[in-house]
Design a protein around this ligand. Structure first.
Ligand code: ME8
Length: 531
């Protein structure tokens, strides 16, 4: 048996110091769609997400809630997992950095680095941002404040272990040079080189004595492993690296892609490869630093609250408008790699134009014509020389390969969806031009009517197979109605695949049109009640 190609994809592990936001959903939905698409390509996929549960911020949040750390975390993680279920996120592994196997693997990694001479003890003096758990040099501060969250920083000094990051500058520059795929989009490479590597990398503080909520350094228990060795290692410990059973690690590492937000690119493109090089382990193949979803111009990070009165809580949006609608807006609206604005207004407008009017309408028109003119039976087709048919089929074939290219080469779900929707727009136009309702009135056009409806059904079939990675729920309904169970990308490459003579199932409305004015009020009320 030929072994399947592997595909290992990860999200960042998020801080459960506040409930996950639509921003966290953005990365997770993208990874889910990329994972699902790679499954359609018949790859052996492993998709991991999880939570980053150590550090001062978590301890503070638990205290504020009047709970022990673990009580607090268990509740937050239950909420996170519910949210992923609500959004149809199909991860293979959810890692929590408080999991025993992770804790002991991190201790081993730390000790290994120490034994190899990459970690040494000294003392740290610096500007520290408590919410971000980041030390900054004077020159990195913006107006004397944290460059990430713009809050006050404090002077801090304490005995610490350090990782010899300073020795990795040239190796990292070589890495980016020799592997242009490694860090994407490309603009991030210049950012790393010019802002961090060229000015000179400092050794990295990797332990704290003041933070108690963390992984203890097992050979010096005054110290707790500090942030990045703990957090970044998740990508390998989650596969069993450092544990007795490391089968998954051997099978899936190196990762095909770590998808992350742009603010943590420097940790993933500088610190993580340096740690792996020091451990003599293979490096991830790609790191993709996407832009931010902005809400009224703001990132809506967990350390800030929403300024706008808009409803951006996925726990309200999903039940009301469906997981697919929320997935669509996250996947489609923001050009991948850039920042993009989220607003309720554009959410409604996009659902109406793309999902209700384009895809939904195409499916519902086609199924109702098929019912009316053919008793819902899939008609035969005759090979046609009509330009309009050739044009439709060509669009479908092109979209199939473009979608794949946009997923595999560009990791761009927005463009991939753009390619898929070319099919639906073209098919809707095809209805306008071929006028099946007119053909149905003419006895001599029965055969042509059959071909036209069949071409529409096949376009819907192909488009929906591709769409199933992005919008799994509505796709499942359509594929079920077409009598298709386990679809694969390979089947989308052929145009005529349905079986003539079979009866299609009934389909309700996939995406009801949203009355924006009414919904604005409803949503505002729900948001109010929720606050
Ligand atoms: O940084 N737009 O966790 P975190 C786009 N624990 N993406 C957003 C976003 C927005 N407005 N808001 C959040 C951490 N994200 C560390 C990571 S990894 C080893 C450790 C997403 O909870 C985006 O992926 O602050 C970003 O990088 C991540 O959430 C930050 O999550």
């Amino acid at each position: 048996m030929i072994e399947k190609e592997k595909f290992y994809i990860t999200t960042p592990i998020y801080y459960p110091s506040r409930k996950f936001t639509l921003g966290n959903c953005y990365t997770t939905v993208i990874c889910d769609a990329l994972a699902r698409f790679n499954k359609l390509l018949d790859k052996d996929v492993f998709f991991m997400t999880g939570t980053d549960e150590h550090g001062q911020k978590i301890a503070q949040a638990a205290k504020l809630a009047g709970k022990t750390e673990m009580e607090y975390l268990d509740e937050m993680i239950a909420d996170a997992k519910n949210l992923w279920e609500l959004l149809g996120i199909k991860y293979d592994k959810f890692i929590r950095t408080t999991d025993d196997y992770h804790v002991s693997a991190v201790q081993k990694i730390f000790k290994d680095l120490y034994d190899k001479g990459y970690i040494y003890k000294s003392s740290y003096k610096g500007k520290y941002c408590v919410p971000c758990e980041s030390f900054w040099t004077e020159s990195q501060l913006v107006d004397g404040k944290c460059p990430d969250c713009h809050r006050e920083v404090v002077d801090q000094e304490e005995e610490s272990y350090f990782f010899k990051l300073s020795g990795f500058g040239d190796k990292l520059i070589d890495l980016y040079k020799n592997n242009p795929e490694f860090l994407q989009p490309k603009s991030r490479v210049n950012e790393m080189v010019n802002n961090f590597i060229k000015p000179g990398l400092s050794d990295l503080c990797v332990s704290r004595t003041s933070v108690k909520w963390g992984v203890p350094v097992d050979f010096d228990d005054k110290h707790t492993v500090y942030v990045w060795i703990d957090a970044l290692s998740n990508y390998i410990t989650g596969l069993g690296y450092g544990s007795e059973d490391d089968t998954l690690y051997k099978k899936y590492w190196p990762a095909d892609v770590h998808v992350i937000g742009k603010e943590i690119v420097r940790f993933h493109a500088i610190i993580w490869p340096a740690i792996l090089m020091a451990l003599d382990l293979p490096l991830p193949k790609r790191i993709f630093g996407h832009g931010w979803l902005l809400f009224g111009g703001d990132k809506l990070s967990k350390s800030k609250t929403v300024a706008s009165t808009e409803c951006v809580d996925p726990r309200i949006l999903v039940p009301r408008y469906s997981a697919d609608a929320v997935r669509y807006i996250l996947l489609r609206e923001i050009p991948f790699g850039n920042d993009g604005n989220y607003s309720t207004e554009s959410f409604f407008a996009t659902i109406n134009s793309d999902l209700a009017n384009n895809y939904g309408n195409l499916v519902s028109r086609t199924f109702s014509m098929l019912k009316k003119y053919c008793g819902s039976v899939i008609p035969n087709y005759t090979e046609s020389n009509e330009e309009i048919d050739k044009d439709l089929i060509k669009t479908v074939h092109e979209a199939v390969s473009e979608t794949r290219k946009n997923v595999e080469n560009n990791l761009d779900p927005s463009k991939a969806l753009g390619s898929i929707f070319e099919i639906f727009s073209k098919a809707n136009k095809y209805i306008e031009v071929t006028e099946p309702y007119r053909l149905a009135k003419d006895e001599n056009q029965k055969e042509r009517l059959g071909t036209v409806l069949r071409n529409l059904l096949e376009s819907i079939r192909v488009g929906t197979i591709l769409l199933s990675a992005f919008l799994p729920d509505c796709s499942r309904k359509v594929l079920d109605a077409l009598g298709l169970e386990n679809v694969m990308y390979a089947e989308a490459k052929e145009f005529y695949k349905l079986t003539a003579g079979e009866t299609v199932g009934e389909l309700g409305i996939l995406f009801p049109r949203i009355d924006a004015d009414k919904e604005f009020e409803e949503l505002a009320k729900l948001q109010e009640e929720n606050n």
